[in-house]
Design a binder for this molecule. Structure first.
Ligand SMILES: *Cc1c(COP(=O)(O)O)cnc(C)c1O
Length: 458
């Protein structure tokens, strides 16, 4: 069957030139960057798939909105627009603005976790787990086992394992669970979605025990598309209706506007509970800014209000998901080992199978990411043993089953032709995979070490 990849539902009004460089120049760049793609300058990259965070292209409507920024210290009209938009789309009672997603995670962790409490989640996310642990929480993974296996193809591979959750509650006692964190989609599993049925059942189980559910809403629109595509009873619903239903199964959420919000900066925290809202407002003034801007400018808030409305338009999200799938399909057709199925925001190369000549302690994903850059000027990032960090108590490396290179597609930025270039580069490198060499640490930061760590060939 001929696959359908929808054309761009937009035309281009402003362009940004990118320059190409030579392989010899890129070798030098890689060495200077300590073999860490996070430390390469943007100017030295031709196709930048480091992240989909804050790399979105804005629409003419958003740029026009930016001119309407009201930069008053308090009570900006753009805040009122943003707050009303979030309440309408997500359905929560209260909104607290923050400078980005982690600002919301910090505040939620402070108000909802007591030291020693467990915080179950469907796989960890780097900053989310950091904030939970730094407030004394104990992160516990409750994603289904299949999410840790790159080769199992399931429609909703990000689902919560309800048995794991129930066992944890029975073992530790409901009073020792701070809340359940449900990420939609699951970034580190490969952008894998959670089904509506699973969201509903998780919420029902938690409600029975009086445990709150907070969602990591960062890619909630992409999650909604998968529900529409794959779950019985949803094909006739609009993305907007599905997003709204997703959040009916939560007590609140944290959101990074830099992803599905279609902006370059911004975030927020949503809450239904009045008391938690008061506490959150008291903390936001300390860490972020007034509860009517939370670290964002008026124009940022206007751009996000408009971006969030655009993100739930069906034509936008269909093209978004299908462009990512196009890259995945081209790689799979060529026999490249990737995480299956292709998720919402990225294609993940399976570095264990890509580099069978390296052990996990030789950092195959870190090395594959930098080698792909050297060969092709395409920048991806490591999501494996380096990103997983060390156990806070034992100091040992977390050794995740998934050892991947993430090729993350910025929203509305690249064309299918760019995807072809990326696919060809990966296919080329796979044919000479022994070029991917073992690496060792030169400098290992204590926190979130993947951002600024430095390496050298072993
Ligand atoms: C990016 C991200 C965050 C953090 O958001 P920032 O805006 O980068 O602070 C949290 N959770 C997930 C799943 C993310 O992808």
């Amino acid at each position: 069957m001929q696959k359908y990849y929808p054309p761009e539902p937009f035309r281009i009004k402003a362009i940004e030139y990118v320059k190409s460089n030579t392989r010899a120049e890129r070798e030098e760049v890689a060495e200077k960057a300590g073999f860490n793609t996070f430390l390469i300058d943007s100017e030295d990259v031709y196709i930048d798939l480091l992240t989909d965070s804050g790399t979105n292209a804005m629409s003419d409507r958003q740029w026009a909105g930016i001119m309407m920024g009201d930069e008053a210290y308090a009570g900006s009209r753009n805040w009122h627009h943003l707050e009303a938009t979030i309440k309408e789309l997500f359905g929560f009672k209260h909104v607290v603005p923050t400078h980005q997603g982690r600002g919301a995670e910090n505040i939620l962790s402070m108000i909802a976790i007591k030291p020693g409490q467990y915080v179950p989640g469907n796989m960890y996310f780097t900053t989310t787990r950091y904030h939970q642990e730094s407030k004394g929480g104990i992160f516990t993974d409750i994603v289904i086992d299949e999410a840790h296996d790159p080769e199992i193809d399931l429609p909703f591979k990000g689902n919560v394992d309800l048995d794991k959750l129930k066992r944890l509650i029975d073992e530790k006692g409901a009073e020792n669970i701070a809340y359940v964190c449900v990420a939609i989609t699951v970034n580190l599993a490969g952008g894998q979605p959670v089904s509506m049925q699973n969201l509903r059942e998780t919420y029902e189980l938690c409600s029975r025990y009086g445990i709150k559910v907070f969602m990591d809403a960062t890619r909630c629109v992409e999650n909604a598309y998968f529900i529409k595509e794959r779950e019985a009873g949803y094909s006739g619903k609009s993305i907007k209706e599905i997003v709204r239903e997703e959040f009916s199964y939560a007590d609140g959420c944290t959101m990074s506007g830099k992803k599905d919000g279609l902006v370059n900066i911004g975030g927020f925290l949503c809450l239904n509970d009045d008391e938690l809202f008061v506490e959150a407002k008291e903390l936001v003034v300390v860490y972020e800014g007034m509860p009517s801007y939370g670290g964002m400018t008026g124009r940022d808030m206007e751009a996000m209000a408009i971006g969030m409305k655009e993100s739930v338009e069906d034509a936008y999200i269909e093209h978004r998901i299908m462009q990512v799938r196009y890259l995945g399909d081209r790689l799979m057709d060529a026999g490249i080992p990737i995480v299956k199925p292709v998720g919402g925001h990225a294609v993940f190369l399976d570095a264990r199978r890509f580099c069978p000549h390296l052990t996990q302690n030789e950092f195959p994903a870190q090395s594959l990411a930098i080698q792909l850059y050297i060969e092709s000027s395409v920048r991806g990032m490591e999501r494996g043993i380096i990103s997983a960090g060390r156990d806070r108590k034992t100091g040992k490396d977390h050794a995740p089953k998934l050892e991947t290179v993430r090729l993350t597609i910025p929203r509305r930025v690249y064309t299918y032709k760019h995807m072809d270039l990326v696919a060809d580069a990966v296919i080329d490198l796979y044919a000479q995979k022994e070029k991917v060499r073992a690496l060792k640490w030169v400098y290992e930061p204590k926190q979130l070490r993947f951002f600024t760590g430095r390496f050298a060939p072993k």
